[in-house]
Design a protein around this ligand. Structure first.
Ligand SMILES: [Zn+2]
Length: 273
């Protein structure tokens, strides 16, 4: 199996909001800032995290599947954890709700968004349609400079993969698709993927905690087809890639279904008689 997901151990974390393995101390916890938005301001002199820092950390935690869908994001708990006011936490949660990664429910509070099976399928369907259009256009218009920039990104993904730096790999992988979209004439495509790709982390969740990562080889293959001007091959490679991610998520989910009585009977130890 070509997916890195096969090599990533499933994370066994509680459904409750726990930051004991927080990315706060990791150097990559701000990576999302570099990839998706302008750089966040430095922490304040009091060393309290700023709204941007907290936003980035929660955003990344959802993308990395460390905070599962439906996890309650309690305002008081978060305010206490970060040592900031509830107002700041409320602003962070509103930004995440705007990204559709968090759902704000009246009188109940904020929860990590969830996608039904049908919505998960629809998300990948929309991604495939958009990706095909993006890859077609980019194959026709890409410049040498743009190819070099994408190759650099794929090389960074390879480094992250070798270092088993899953958070960084998750974000770089998402950025590969967003960077492709940004090369299109239609500005709405980049905007659309910025909204869609992070939500793919919420799809087909069930028991699957680790996000199957876009592999370096598959991005490299797509890029080579684009660089060689082979539009059909580029689209086919991109479709194989997205199909693969969706199947990996789905198959791992189905593996976690409770074993039926029939299965148990079929796998019983044969009698020695
Ligand atoms: Zn990918």
């Amino acid at each position: 199996m070509s997916f890195l997901a096969a090599n990533i151990a499933m994370r066994d974390e509680s459904m409750s909001l726990s930051f004991s393995h927080s990315s706060r101390d990791r150097p990559n916890s701000l990576l999302k800032v570099n990839l998706f938005m302008p750089a966040a301001p430095s922490p304040t002199p009091s060393n309290k995290p700023t709204e941007d820092v907290i936003y980035t950390e929660l955003y990344n935690s959802i993308l990395e599947r460390r905070l599962p869908p439906k996890t309650k994001l309690g305002e008081s708990l978060l305010a206490e954890y970060y040592g900031v006011s509830r107002t700041i936490i409320r602003q962070v949660l509103q930004r995440l709700a705007h990204d559709r990664l968090v759902k704000l429910e009246p009188n109940r509070g904020a929860f990590v968004s969830s996608l039904s099976l049908e919505e998960s399928k629809q998300l990948y369907e929309a991604w495939r349609l958009t990706e095909a259009a993006i890859v077609r256009e980019v194959t026709q218009t890409i410049t040498r400079k743009q190819i070099a920039a994408l190759k650099k990104l794929v090389a960074e993904e390879r480094q992250a993969c070798e270092a088993q730096d899953i958070p960084r790999l998750t974000l770089l992988s998402a950025h590969f698709h967003i960077q492709l979209a940004d090369l299109c004439r239609n500005r709405f495509l980049g905007k659309f993927l910025r909204e869609l790709v992070p939500q793919a982390s919420l799809a087909f969740f069930y028991e699957v905690r680790s996000m199957p990562i876009c592999t370096k080889d598959e991005h490299s293959e797509i890029l080579e087809c684009i660089a060689s001007g082979n539009e059909e091959a580029a689209v086919a490679a991109a479709m194989r890639h997205l199909d693969g991610i969706e199947k990996a998520l789905n198959s791992r989910a189905s593996l976690k279904k409770p074993t039926s009585l029939t299965d148990l009977l079929n796998t019983r130890i044969p009698s020695s008689s």
